[in-house]
Design a protein around this ligand. Structure first.
Ligand code: ZN
Length: 254
């Protein structure tokens, strides 16, 4: 039961903001978001010329999943496992290296969540709807209330097997909750700072610009594998995956 609550709280953060604060971007608005954000650091053209070789639109490691890019089918990939938690085999080595390095630096961390199937997400979603109905809501009220706390099936990046929730033991062992203020611990700070060295980015950063881009509130624990070169580039230029994807798509059509 404890574990289930963790998952609910994690996805809860995702949807609360997704439903509440998300600002719809049209295709035309996104490029301006990228260029305005990047103008103080580097020009958009200089970013494009020094893009890593792996920054290709058809690079499956860079798959974008969010409310606008819903995965309506299960992806076909080999899975690995750690402590009963599954994830894509592609990230097995980098993830182990990341966690071992954290431990060696004196900051052992726990893998809290990895791959979650659409079916599982549906099950959690439907159980919550039923619970709301049992508590006296109509079906439409129940669904609305559920959407406010649980990610819509197909819109969760965990379905790709490339996303992991990792929390420093310093915080996790005390609270057993995925909370953004875990970033006040030395351990979580270490994870956030060093993730790109192992190919991971903090997928939902703290800045207001990032929140507008992802539509999701700050998550100090949710890391997404994109490969070392892409992770370092995105971090250096403060780009979310949405913005990076847009930059790559813009380049590929020129
Ligand atoms: Zn997560």
């Amino acid at each position: 039961m404890k574990y289930k609550n963790i998952i609910l709280s994690c996805v809860g953060v995702i949807v609360l903001v997704g439903g509440g604060v998300y600002i719809m971007h049209s295709q035309n608005q996104l490029p301006s978001l990228v260029s305005s954000k990047s103008s103080s650091r580097a020009t958009e053209s200089s970013q494009k010329t020094d893009l890593p070789n792996t920054a290709e639109a058809d690079n499956s490691t860079l798959i974008l999943v969010n409310k606008q890019h819903v995965l309506d089918h299960e992806l076909d990939f080999e899975k690995s496992e750690m402590n009963g938690i599954q994830y894509s085999q592609e990230i097995d080595e980098p993830l182990r290296k990341f966690l071992n390095a954290a431990k060696d630096a004196g900051h052992p961390a726990t893998l809290v969540s990895g791959y979650r199937s659409k079916k599982y997400q549906e099950q959690v979603f439907n159980e919550n709807v039923q619970q709301n109905i049992n508590n006296g809501m109509t079906e439409s009220e129940a669904k609305k209330a559920t959407r406010a706390v649980i990610q819509t099936p197909g819109a969760s990046e965990h379905q790709t097997g490339l996303a992991v929730d990792v929390m420093t033991d310093e915080y996790w062992q005390q609270y057993h909750q995925l909370e953004s203020d875990s970033d006040k611990t030395e351990g979580q700070k270490w994870l956030i700072e060093h993730a790109p060295d192992y190919g991971f980015v903090l997928r939902y950063p703290k800045s207001e610009a990032a929140k507008k881009s992802t539509g999701i509130d700050y998550e100090s624990w949710h890391f997404r594998y994109v490969g070392v070169e892409n992770a370092k580039y995105m971090t250096k230029h403060h780009l979310t995956l949405e913005e990076y994807d847009d930059l790559i798509q813009g380049q590929s059509t020129k």
